[in-house]
Ligand binder design. Sequence first.
Ligand code: ADP
Ligand code: MG
Length: 216
Amino acid sequence: MIDIVKLSKTFGTRTLWADVTATVSRGEMLALVGPSGSGKSTLLNCIGLLEKPNAGEIRYEGKDIIRFGRREVRKFRRDVLGYLFQNYALIENATVAANLDVAAKPQRINRGEAGVTIAGALDRVGLAGREKEKIHHLSGGEQQRVALARLMVKQPALVLADEPTGALDHANAKTVIDILREMSDAGCAVVIATHDDRVRDRCDAAFAVNENSLVA
Ligand code: ADP
Ligand code: MG
């Protein structure tokens, strides 16, 4: 699915990580671990085409996505990528339903039986019937679950999650991990930057960014 090949990132004279090589396949969940400041988010953002590495390749279906032109980047974001940000990245002033609709639109053309409906996704994250509420009236945990529901509606092939349980209580954190695991079991590739051992334990592999190696 995604092959990271000898990827390096420097800021000025500081090397954040160098020669990172790792693979994430469909159905697989990879944790990016390491102390704060070790470059987990930066690596995630390079895969999500939000930042550019200084050297190396990120191969997807045989193509180096780093060298994608603007149209290919847009298509990759729209058709392949799902992002679960720490700050949820929801439209604050809009309703729950409107936020989920944004994810549903690009796919509507070829949505098959397998598609998750907005109502179905909200039900799965414990927010059944909350379509009409404004995002800014929801708690942090509820907003995070809306972001998860949006991901379920979008059904991306690649999910990138940055500290998805960082600000959540135990029950909400469990819901987040369970659903990411379900999406991965359904064939999606998931990469999670995390320092939460509960998340890491549910992943198939963990890559220590600071040590540049897979860890047990
Ligand atoms: P983590 O997610 O593991 O906590 P980050 O990827 O957020 O780590 O950040 C890694 C380091 O890179 C931090 O020390 C941060 O200050 C630095 N950094 C991030 N972006 C920039 C930038 N644009 N310019 C310089 N340094 C940066
Ligand atoms: Mg981070």
